[in-house]
Design a protein around this ligand. Structure first.
Ligand code: HEM
Length: 437
C-alpha cells in the first residue's frame, strides 16, 4: 500500500481537503523533505520556512503562483541560475505579478501597494466595513439562518476590497458574480477559463483597463486615480498593464483568503460553545482569536520558492534550480516552535509570529485590511446573536460534516449553514423597528 508521504499533495483530494496528517508525516522525515518520486522539497519546519521566506538572495519567488508541482520552463545549469530565471520569467504562471517578482522590480511595485494600506485609508475603509457589516449581518440574524461562505463571507470581502480600491458602485455586482462563480485558486475542481473569457481576471481586466485610462484622463478623488497617477520612487510612471495586473491581483489575493479565514474562524466558534460565549462576552479577545485561527487554520496553506543559488537548508543540500513547497500550515503547527500545536489557545504567547501571512519582503500586503475586515464582521456576528450553531438540517453530524475546498493553496470551507439566535438587544431593536414601520 502507498504510504502517506508517497501520495501527491497537488492531486490527492483527501490530502487537499485535510493536509495536516500528511504534513505531520512529512515532518517525521525531517523539516525539509523530498517526497519519494517528486522533484521538489516540502518545508514543514517553522525555522526552515522562515529561512526560506527571508532569504531573498538565494530563493526566488517566481514560482509562488504556479506552485512547486509545476515544471520549470528551462533546465537549470550551474550553481547560480538567477539569469536563467530572469530570461524565462514570462514563461512562469503570473511571472510578473507582485507576488512572483524578485529584487528591484518587486520593491518598486510593492512600494506602490504599501501606499494603499496606510492607517488613515484603513480607518476610512473601516467606516464602510462597519456599515456594510451592520446591514449584512443584521439581515442574516433577522432571518435566523444563513449560509456563511457564499451568502456572507465571499460577497463581503469582494465588496470591501472594491470599496478600498474605489471600483464604481455599479460595477461591483459584476465583480462579485465573476468571483463567486469561480472556484478558489489552486482548486482541483478549477479549469483554465482564461481562454473562454469567463475567468474573473479576464472579466475584471477589461474594467481595470477602462478605469486606468479614464482616471489618467479625468482624475477624481479616489484610489483608482491615485494608482493611475502613481509614480515609482525614481519618478517614472508604471505601465498601465502593471497597474491593471496590480489592481486585479489585489482583488484576487484578498478574496478567498479573507473569506475563508472568516469561515475557518466561525467553525471554531460553532465547534466550541464555551469559546463562543467567552469571545462574545469579551470582544477584545477577537484579534487574538483571529491570530490563533491564522496559525492553526490559516486560509493560505502554502507558497513556493525556487533556489536560484546552491545552498543548504535544515541540513539538506539544495542545488540551484530546486523547487520548494513552503507549507505555511505545517510551519504553523511545528511542535518545535509551538506547544500543543493542534490546540486553539486564545492567549498563546507571541502568536503574531505565525506565518499565516507569510514573512519577508513578500509578507501579505493586505494583512492590515484582512485583520480589520474579519475582526469587524466577527464583532457584529457576536454582538447581534445570543448563539450561533451549525444548522442540523445541513450538518447533522456537526463539524464532521463540513467540507473543505480541494485547493493546494486555500484552506477553507465550501459551505457552512448556520442557525443564528438573535441577542436580546437585537431582538428589541427589530421589534421596535417593526412597531415604527
Ligand atoms: C486572511 C487573509 C489573507 C491571507 C491568509 C493572506 C496570505 C498571504 C500570504 C501567505 C502571502 C505571501 C505569499 C508568498 O510569500 O509567496 C500574501 C501575499 C499577498 N497578499 Fe495576502 N492574504 C490575505 C489577505 C489579503 C488581502 C485582503 C489582500 C489585498 C486586498 C492581500 C494582498 C496580498 C498581496 C498584494 C500579496 C503579495 C505581496 C508581495 O508579494 O509583496 N492579501 N498573502
Amino acid at each position: 500500500m502507498q504510504s502517506l508521504v508517497e501520495r501527491d499533495y497537488f492531486t490527492d483530494y483527501e490530502i487537499l481537503k485535510n493536509p495536516y496528517g500528511f504534513f505531520n508525516e512529512l515532518r517525521a522525515h525531517g523539516p525539509v523533505y523530498q517526497p519519494p518520486g517528486k522533484d521538489y522539497y516540502i518545508v514543514t519546519g517553522f525555522e526552515e520556512a522562515l529561512q526560506v521566506l527571508r532569504n531573498h538572495e538565494v530563493y526566488s519567488a517566481v514560482i509562488a503562483l504556479q506552485g512547486a508541482g509545476a515544471p520549470l520552463p528551462f533546465t537549470p545549469h550551474g550553481s547560480d541560475i538567477t539569469d536563467q530565471v530572469e530570461a524565462h520569467r514570462k514563461q512562469f504562471a503570473g511571472g510578473d505579478t507582485v507576488v512572483n517578482l524578485d529584487d528591484e522590480p518587486h520593491t518598486r511595485l510593492r512600494a506602490l501597494i504599501n501606499t494603499l494600506f496606510i492607517p488613515s485609508r484603513l480607518k476610512e475603509s473601516e467606516a464602510f466595513i462597519e456599515d456594510y457589516c451592520e446591514e449584512m449581518v443584521g439581515k442574516a440574524v433577522a432571518a435566523g439562518e444563513v449560509e456563511m461562505i457564499g451568502a456572507i463571507a465571499t460577497p463581503f470581502v469582494t465588496m470591501v476590497v472594491a470599496d478600498l480600491l474605489g471600483v464604481p458602485m455599479q460595477d461591483r455586482q459584476i465583480f462579485m458574480d465573476a468571483i463567486s462563480n469561480a472556484p478558489p485558486p489552486g482548486s482541483l475542481d478549477g479549469e483554465d477559463r482564461m481562454e473562454t473569457g469567463t475567468h474573473p481576471f479576464a472579466i475584471m481586466g477589461e474594467y481595470f483597463y477602462g478605469y486606468m485610462a479614464d482616471r489618467r484622463a479625468n482624475p477624481q478623488k479616489d484610489i483608482l486615480s491615485e494608482l493611475a497617477h502613481a509614480k515609482f520612487a525614481d519618478g517614472s510612471s508604471p505601465e498601465v498593464y502593471d497597474l491593471v495586473q496590480l489592481g486585479m491581483f489585489m482583488f484576487g489575493a484578498g478574496q478567498d483568503t479573507s473569506a475563508k479565514l472568516l469561515g475557518n474562524a466561525m467553525k471554531f466558534l460553532v465547534a466550541d460553545p464555551a469559546l463562543q460565549a467567552r469571545v462574545r462576552a469579551d470582544p477584545k479577545l477577537i484579534p487574538a482569536f483571529l491570530e490563533e485561527v491564522l496559525r492553526i487554520e490559516g486560509s493560505t496553506k502554502q507558497t513556493a520558492r525556487l533556489a536560484r543559488k546552491d545552498t543548504e537548508l535544515g541540513g539538506v543540500k539544495i542545488p540551484a534550480g530546486t523547487k520548494l513547497l513552503v507549507a505555511l500550515s505545517a510551519a504553523n503547527r511545528d511542535p518545535a516552535r509551538w506547544s500543543d500545536p493542534n490546540e486553539l489557545i486564545l492567549d498563546r504567547p507571541k502568536i503574531k509570529e505565525h506565518v499565516g501571512f507569510g514573512r519577508g519582503k513578500h509578507v501579505c500586503a493586505g494583512a492590515p485590511l484582512a485583520r480589520v475586515e474579519v475582526r469587524v464582521i466577527m464583532e457584529k456576528f457576536l454582538a447581534h446573536t445570543a448563539n450561533i450553531e451549525l444548522d442540523p438540517a445541513y450538518h447533522p453530524n456537526g463539524v464532521a460534516d463540513l467540507s473543505y475546498e480541494p485547493s493546494f493553496i486555500i484552506r477553507g470551507l465550501t459551505k457552512m449553514y448556520l442557525k443564528l439566535t438573535p441577542s436580546p438587544s437585537f431582538a428589541d431593536q427589530t421589534a421596535q423597528a417593526a412597531t415604527v414601520a
